[in-house]
Design a protein around this ligand. Structure first.
Ligand SMILES: [Zn+2]
Length: 137
């Protein structure tokens, strides 16, 4: 079993020292930022123009859905959310730190990305680092 948690997604980076972060890609020719590297830029079509780019940990809530049905063992309800990050990049993850009540959640509200050990382990007992968004206090 590794002593360090593993990233739950390849774009979640865990430096040896310092805080975890999300790494997207930025197009060298048009500046478009996306979460995942692509064969060609989604905006300008440039090939081999993607360079690694650290995404901001702050942004705004774009959309959300409160999920009441899930696989056994997954606590419901939870908030599935999409957020636009400052400077570019869009992520999908769960929103925590707020009641799953549509009256209390507003698209456009300020959020920040937060990192935590995932509640479930793999078959070998390995831990995974995951990311969520939460309202900015
Ligand atoms: Zn481009």
């Amino acid at each position: 079993m590794p002593d360090q948690p593993l990233p739950i997604m390849p774009f979640l980076k865990i430096p040896e020292s310092g805080d975890p972060y999300l790494e997207g890609s930025k197009c060298k020719s048009c500046g478009a930022i996306s979460l995942k590297a692509r064969m060609a830029c989604g905006k300008c079509g440039g090939r081999d123009t993607a360079t690694p780019h650290t995404l901001a940990n702050k942004g705004t809530l774009h959309a959300f859905s409160i999920v009441y049905r899930a696989f056994p063992g997954i606590e419901v309800p939870f908030i599935s959310a999409i957020a636009d990050l400052e400077g570019g990049g869009t992520i999908k993850t769960n929103m925590i730190g707020i009641e799953p009540d549509p009256e209390k959640i507003t698209p456009g509200m300020a959020i920040e990305v937060t990192y935590a050990i995932a509640p479930r382990k793999d078959a070998e007992g390995g831990e995974y680092m995951t990311y969520y968004i939460k309202p900015v206090a």
